[in-house]
Structures are given as C-alpha cells and as structure tokens.
Ligand binder design. Structure first.
Ligand code: NAD
Length: 302
C-alpha cells in the first residue's frame, strides 16, 4: 500500500492563510502588525535567496518587513550595535540574522545579543532553556522542529504514547524535536529515542518507530527495511546529489534527495514527507508564526 504523502507545500498554504487572517484582525483591533527584520551581511547567493523568500513571505502575510543588507566587511561591533537598535525598536517583533556570518564576526556572540523576546529563530540560550522546560514557558520553538511537529499534527498522526525515533542530534533539528516530542501536550507525549553517529545498531532502533524523524544529512541513509509498516516518516534531509536543467527556466538547478530511500519507503510507511516539498517549506512558515506570536505576547493576547 502506498503511503499518504504529507505535503509541506499544502500545509504551508493553510498556515499562511491562517496567519494572514489573524494579522488582519490584530491590525483592525490594535492598529499594529508584526514587524520582522532580516539582517544579511555580505552577498552569499544562498543567503540572499533565503532572505528574499523570508521577506516575500512576510510581505504576503501583511507584516512590516525590513531587509537590512550590510557589507561583507561589517565589524562585529557594528553588527552588535545594529541588533541593539532593533532590540529597542517597538515596530520590530522578530530579529533574524542570516547565517553564516563572515569570519571577523563571532556568531555565538551575535545570536546571544538578540533580545530573547524577539528571537523568532529560537536559538538564544534563553529560548533553548524555555523549550526544555516546556508548556507555557515555550515562546519560540525553533522553526524546522516546529514545522515537523505541525506536519505530524495536521496529518492526523497519533503522538501520545507513540515510539518516536529521531536520527541526528544537531542543535537546530535533532535535539529540539526530540525535546518537543517528549513534552506533555498536543502533538507530543511520545516516548523518544535519539540515535546518532555513536549509536551501535541504527536499524534496530528505527524499526521500532511509529514516527521516524530523520535529520542526518546523509542521502539514502534510512533503508526501507528499517521502517515499521504503517509508520509516519518525516525526512528532514536536504542533500544535493547532482544538477539538472530546469524545464521551467532552462537554468541549472540542484537535484535534491532526502535521507530516506523515498521510492521504496513509501510502499511500507503509512505516511511520509517528500523531498523537496516536505519539511523544507515549513521552516519559513513557522518563522512567520513565531513573529506573529511575538507581537501577540507583546499585546498580551495569547
Ligand atoms: P548536522 O550535520 O548538524 O547534524 C546531523 C546529525 O546526524 C548529527 O547529529 C549526526 O550525529 C547525525 N548523523 C550523521 N550521519 C549519521 C549516520 N550515518 N548515522 C547516524 N547518525 C548520523 O545537520 P542538521 O543541521 O541537523 O541537518 C540535517 C539535515 O537536515 C541536512 O540534510 C540539512 O540540510 C537538513 N535540514 C533541512 C531543513 C529544512 O528542510 N528546512 C532545516 C535544517 C536542516
């Protein structure tokens, strides 16, 4: 039986429409809209395209958005001063510094300088701590894990009591999603196992999973025989495995693959995310949701 496809592109549209409607209501009642600034240092082409997409999406849902582009030789001091300016700006509710930063700037120092109440990426240690405590303490769950959880919920997959296996222990995906799935509450309350490069028998753990979340960055790592029949498989991996010419634009584009052998896995899983078009579109969507939440916290309407 072929698995149900969990399409990030469709879920994104649903969520963006919800955000757009909520922004319009808040604007009418309170006369304010969420404000998001993205700070880009230098001209890395991948960073430019990410920032452009973030700003485009923010514009679409009715946010006040600023793209603050800075030269590649910007000093750390000048960037910290810029963050301080936006920390104090009442029209800004979310500050995002596009990574990577040039060598002369200490990334950690910069991310830690963002006001935790405007840290819509959820990477500040205060927000990491809030996520660990769970419940009402959580303000901004990091965007990719938040997107994963939202997809699982909207696909109608039962999480309470489910065996969740997370492949990967990075700070941006593996650790936070594992932590989120074990909390009490909607879309969680699961029994979580995290596997990684130090794990002895990856396959045996994966085979137990009712929900298998894979974020390793290794194409085809998860074999079809590692998947429990009927499981929900969330493939976070985005790996460039070659290039092709786009039929639409005639330009060279990357061929992407996930961490799961999709064609074989979809015959065994109950539901599965494709790559591309699965988890990918959810990250920016959740950034918008966090920025809206930030304004709502400010207005006391959560
Ligand atoms: P990372 O390299 O920081 O972490 C990968 C983790 O996987 C590590 O903890 C490592 O222990 C584990 N791992 C690697 N190879 C393994 C193996 N052979 N066996 C067991 N464990 C192994 O990567 P990341 O930032 O967490 O990203 C993971 C993947 O997800 C990448 O492909 C990345 O491009 C993708 N990603 C996608 C999105 C998105 O769709 N929006 C966001 C973030 C990351």
């Amino acid at each position: 039986m072929a698995a149900k496809l969990i399409k990030g592109t469709e879920i994104r549209e649903e969520i963006l429409e919800e955000i757009e409607a909520e922004v319009a209501k808040i604007k009418e009642k309170h006369g304010v809209v969420p404000g998001l600034v993205t700070i880009l240092v230098g001209e890395n082409p991948a960073s430019i395209s990410y920032v452009t997409l973030k700003i485009k999406t923010a514009h679409r849902v009715g946010f006040h958005e600023i793209q603050d582009s800075q030269p590649i030789d910007l000093s750390e001091e000048a960037l910290l001063a810029l963050i301080d300016k936006y920390n104090k700006d009442d029209a800004i509710h979310g500050i995002l510094v596009q990574l990577p930063l040039p060598k002369q700037i200490n990334e950690k120092k910069v991310l830690n300088a963002i006001d935790p109440d405007k840290d819509v990426d959820g990477f500040h240690p205060v927000n990491v701590g809030r996520l660990m405590i769970g419940g009402d303490e959580v303000k901004f769950p990091p965007c990719t894990p938040a997107g994963i959880q939202e997809m699982i919920v909207r696909a109608g997959v039962e999480t309470k009591g489910a065996e969740v296996v997370v492949v990967g222990r990075s700070n941006i995906v593996g650790k936070p999603i594992a932590n989120m799935m074990l909390q009490k509450g909607v879309g969680a309350n699961s029994t979580v196992t995290v596997v990684h490069t130090g794990t002895k028998d990856l396959a045996s753990h994966c085979r137990r999973a009712d929900i298998l979340i894979v974020a390793a960055g290794v194409p085809g790592l998860v074999k079809p025989e590692w998947i429990k029949p009927g499981a929900c498989v969330i493939d976070v991996g985005v790996n460039r495995i070659g290039e092709k010419i786009s039929e639409k634009t005639g330009k060279k584009i990357a061929i992407l693959s996930g961490d799961v052998d999709f064609d074989a896995a979809k015959e065994i899983a109950g539901s599965i995310t494709p790559v591309p078009g699965g988890v990918g579109p959810m990250t920016i969507t959740m950034l918008m949701k966090n920025t809206l939440k930030s304004l709502k916290f400010r207005l006391g309407i959560n």
